[in-house]
Design a protein around this ligand. Structure first.
Ligand code: ASP
Length: 160
């Protein structure tokens, strides 16, 4: 699949010695409050050496960021063009709402199968209306953590 400037942007970034350990630099947050409200936020500088004017997935509601009290709150990080194509966050919400899939299953299908199948990579953090948490990624690592109202918490970088 030909990717035009998005692919060359990534290739240029990867070729630069200082970017050999290329990482995504997005910061995301999702939350479920005591009233059952779900919220998601995503902040990013975009991709290294991105073309001017590029709009990534983070500000596109339904792609890199999405929250719906009926289903889930999601914040994504990764190669944004693929998250946009997959309408990543809303697709997961729809799989839960209309396909009755649990969060983990829906998120795994999208992040671990459909995203790499297209040639993209990345991950996401998500919390559903029941408080279930999923943080799948198909990269080497993803800085992530959670805290529950019980006080249970976790911080991780690589896979278990
Ligand atoms: N998703 C962001 C973008 O494509 C990059 C990132 O997650 O760091 O703009």
């Amino acid at each position: 699949m030909k990717l035009d400037h998005d692919d060359s942007t990534r290739q240029t970034a990867l070729k630069q010695p200082e970017n050999r350990d290329y990482k995504y630099g997005t910061v995301g947050a999702v939350a479920l409050d005591r009233h059952g409200n779900l919220a998601a936020a995503t902040s990013t500088g975009g991709m290294t050496n991105k073309k001017f004017g590029r709009v990534g997935d983070a500000p596109i509601i339904g792609s890199g960021t999405y929250a719906n009290n009926q289903t889930v709150a999601i914040s994504c990080t990764g190669w944004g063009e693929y998250f946009i194509r997959l309408v990543m966050a809303k697709s997961i919400s729809d799989m839960m709402e209309f396909g009755k899939m649990p969060l983990k299953e829906a998120a795994d299908v999208m992040v671990m199968k459909r995203l790499p199948a297209l040639g993209g990579d990345g991950g996401l953090i998500a919390v559903d209306k029941e408080g279930n948490i999923a943080m799948p990624f198909c990269t080497e690592g993803m800085y992530r953590g959670f805290i529950k109202s019980s006080g249970e918490k976790e911080v991780r970088i690589y896979k278990e």
